[in-house]
Each structure stands twice: as C-alpha cells, then as structure tokens.
Design a protein around this ligand. Structure first.
Ligand code: PA5
Length: 426
C-alpha cells in the first residue's frame, strides 16, 4: 500500500550501519514500549486490539447524523480536528455533492470573530448537529465556539441536547460535567492517546464516518500497516525516520512535505502538527512545513530551488491515480498546448513531480517520495500509521519524548494572564 523511494537522497546522505542500528533500536523501543513517553502509546494499542463494536457504534451514530442533519459542525483544534479534516479532504469530493449526508464545517480551530459570526448566520434555517471534540475539555478556542453553538442550538431546537455529541476524556474536564447534566451522546478519547495521534479514535472517526467515508477500511488499513511495520526489520517507516534524521544531522534542518494532489493537502497539515509537536523540543527537531504543488512552486518554488540549502523534501504521491480529463486537441493551437494533447492530466501532473524532484535534487535539496498505491480509505489509513510510527522513531533518534508537548502551555499562560483567568473557573 505504501512504497518509500529514497533515491534522491543518496547524493547527500548514505545510511550508515550505525544509523541503521540506532533506528532499529528506536523501533524496538516503540514496539516493546520501553522508550520515553511509552505510557502514551495507546495509538498503537487501539490498532493491536481493534474495538469493532466501537467502530460499528460510530457508524450507527454517523448514519443518524447523515439522516437528520443538513450541517455537522465539528468543534476542535490541533489534534482534535486536523486528522478528521485531512481524511475528509482526501477521500471526499472537492465540491458539494448530494450524497445524502450533511455538509461538514469546522469551528473552534481559531478565534476569528467574523468566521464564527458568519457561521451562525449561515446555519440559520438548517438542521444542525454539533460534535464538540476536546480531550482536555478546557481548550479556549473550542470551548468558546461551543458556547456560541450551544446557545444557538438551544434557542432553536427543542431537542438541542440530542444534536450535540461530545468527544472527550473519559472523566476529566468541563465537557464531562455538561455532558452528564444534559445527557449528550459521548465518545471517549483514550487517556493514553495524545491529540495528534487521535485520528483513529472517535476524534477523527465520527466526523469521517459522517462524511461518508468507510471508517472500517480506513482503520483496518492502519492495522495492516502496523502489522507490516512491526514484523519487518528495517521497514519503510524506520527508513524514512532514519533518513530524515540522518539528513538533519548533516544540516538539513527543514523538511517540506509536498503533495501534487490537492486532496492530500490536509494530510500535509496533519503531518505538520504530528512532526512539529512531537519533535520540536529541547531546542532540536526538524522544522516541518507542508506545501501544495504545483501551486506553491509558483510562490515557494524559488526558495526551494535557490534559497538557503538546509531543506529536505518528502513528496507524498498517489501511484495509480485515474485521470478523468485528457488534454483536448485544438485546431488553432493558440495556447501552444498541442504538444500534450491526448495526454491525461494525471500524466502531466506526474511529469511536474518528476521534473521537480530532479530539479530540487540537482539544486541541493535531497528528496524522497512516499508512494500511496491509491487514494482509498485503506491506503490513507496505512499512511496515517506510517507517519505515526515514523515520528515516534524519529523523536527517539533525536533524543526527545515524542509524545508530550510541554511547549504549548507557554503562550496559554501568558494569554490567560492577560485575560484575567481565575485559578479555578468561577
Ligand atoms: O496534539 C495535541 O495535544 C494538541 O494539538 C491538542 O490536540 C489541541 O491543543 C487540542 O486539545 P484538546 O483536545 O484538549 O482541546
């Protein structure tokens, strides 16, 4: 389902036996739960012992929402929204189609006043359901959005409480108090799964199922990838992690994840959080940046080709991507495109990738490619696990705990002080 090609890194870095050994040890630490932060490996456990009853329950709830809602508003930020958005973007159509399901809108992922006020206006007259997702239940952005959405729902629907689904910690946090008072449907985020690793829990799975994606195929795609990785010494996730850390140690301190398929841009955003929040600590870590090609070749392309030479690049590509469009011939050929007439658009896009990977390698940017067989739920599930496993190894190779995020508190402390937040909620 996944293939890693590191050919374009070989001029810059050759895997040493020492690095191979370090990476294999890191892999063993993940598998045997003996590394830093091992108490947060629940994202592996849930794949090692799949809870089919939970998957079925999520499908049932999603069916109810699909039948009754015009819009599902998913409230969450960071790990509580990026995974769902990534998978939905990858596996559903770009433009609204009437497949019987609701429109899915994200909220609470920032504090934009205009966005949220316009959202409330847009929802007027529609049948609205809300899935509020917060592991801690105390994050300001989603809490704020939920206060607006809850007031809005309660003012309009006698059955407002049935339209709210809470996804949170099993017992801690403000959302639990509200949930037990109002009897909202509740799903649990396992305490040993960090936000950025939670896409295959109800955090991601419920919105993804509401979007009409086959969550069983997604989930079991990840399970298959885990089994493959666990059973293979020197597997592709280990190679990816070892190569990027090997390059990092040679001064390539920024990694760009670039997709040529716009449906994968959400995966780029999810990957950025996964790697940035897992590795960027103790004053180390590869800086992750997601770009969308060929769009960004017309903006960041100059820097990629000619800027400071500390960049490595990973292309995320789809191998068997069917084309719906073929370049039509033109009698006048005024646009000069007849040289590609008859070619599929997918082919043209693929040549853009081939050309870019060559040009960037020749310009001093080592690059590798993660190939997905197809844009399907099982391959996307496999890719999610591939990157999750790789970041754990990568973090261990860098000597950090990949599963905590102490740095995200600093800005919150400053902000809460400015806002006059009391020690305990009034
Ligand atoms: O990965 C993380 O831990 C963070 O991105 C959190 O998911 C994010 O801050 C949201 O937190 P919560 O789900 O507690 O509201």
């Amino acid at each position: 389902m996944i293939r890693l090609d590191t050919t374009n890194t070989h001029d810059f870095y050759e895997m040493t036996p020492a690095m191979q050994e370090r990476a294999d040890n890191a892999h063993q630490q993940v598998v045997s739960k003996s590394g830093k932060g091992a108490e947060f490996l629940g994202w592996r456990d849930l794949l090692l012992s799949p809870n089919d009853a939970l998957l079925e329950d999520l499908v049932q709830t999603a069916e109810r929402i699909r039948e009754e809602a015009d819009v599902l508003v998913c409230i969450g930020i960071g790990g509580s929204y990026l995974g769902a958005r990534a998978v939905i973007d990858a596996l559903t159509e770009f433009f609204p189609v009437d497949d019987g399901g609701p429109e899915i809108i994200f909220a609470g992922h920032h504090m934009g006043d205009a966005y949220h006020s316009q959202l409330l206006r847009y929802l007027e007259g529609k049948s609205v359901f809300v899935n509020v997702i917060s592991k801690s239940g105390t994050t300001l952005e989603p809490a704020l959005a939920f206060r607006f959405l809850r007031n809005w729902l309660e003012a309009r629907f006698a059955d407002a409480d049935k339209r709210i689904i809470v996804t949170t910690d099993p017992s801690k946090g403000a959302l639990n108090i509200l949930q037990s008072e109002r009897g909202y449907t509740k799903y649990v985020i396992p305490p040993d799964v960090g936000g950025r690793f939670s896409v295959l829990t109800p955090v991601g799975l419920l919105p993804i199922a509401v979007a009409g994606v086959d969550i069983q195929a997604l989930f079991y795609g990840a399970v298959s990838k885990l089994k493959e990785i666990d059973s293979e010494k020197g597997n592709d996730a280990v190679q990816y992690a070892a190569t990027r850390v090997g390059l990092f140690e040679k001064g390539f301190s920024t990694e760009v994840l670039a997709c040529f398929e716009p449906a994968l841009s959400g995966i780029g955003g999810w990957w950025q959080q996964l790697f940035g929040e897992s590795e960027g600590k103790e004053h180390t870590g590869v800086f992750p940046a997601a770009l969308q090609y060929s769009t960004d070749l017309h903006s960041m392309g100059q820097y990629m080709q000619d800027g400071e030479r500390k960049l490595m690049e990973t292309f995320l590509m789809i191998d068997s991507h069917k084309s719906a469009l073929t370049v039509p011939p033109s009698e006048d050929n005024l646009d000069g495109l007849n040289y590609i007439s008859g070619k599929e658009v997918t082919f043209v896009n693929r040549q853009a990738y081939e050309g870019t990977s060559r040009a960037h390698r020749n310009g001093g940017v080592p690059n590798m490619t993660v190939w997905l067989d197809s844009l399907t739920p099982d391959c996307i599930g496999a890719s999610l696990y591939f990157f999750e496993h790789a970041v754990a190894i990568s973090g261990y190779l860098l000597g950090v705990n990949p599963f905590d995020q102490p740095g995200v508190e600093a800005y919150k402390n400053e902000m809460f002080q400015l806002l006059g937040k009391p020690e305990k909620p009034a």
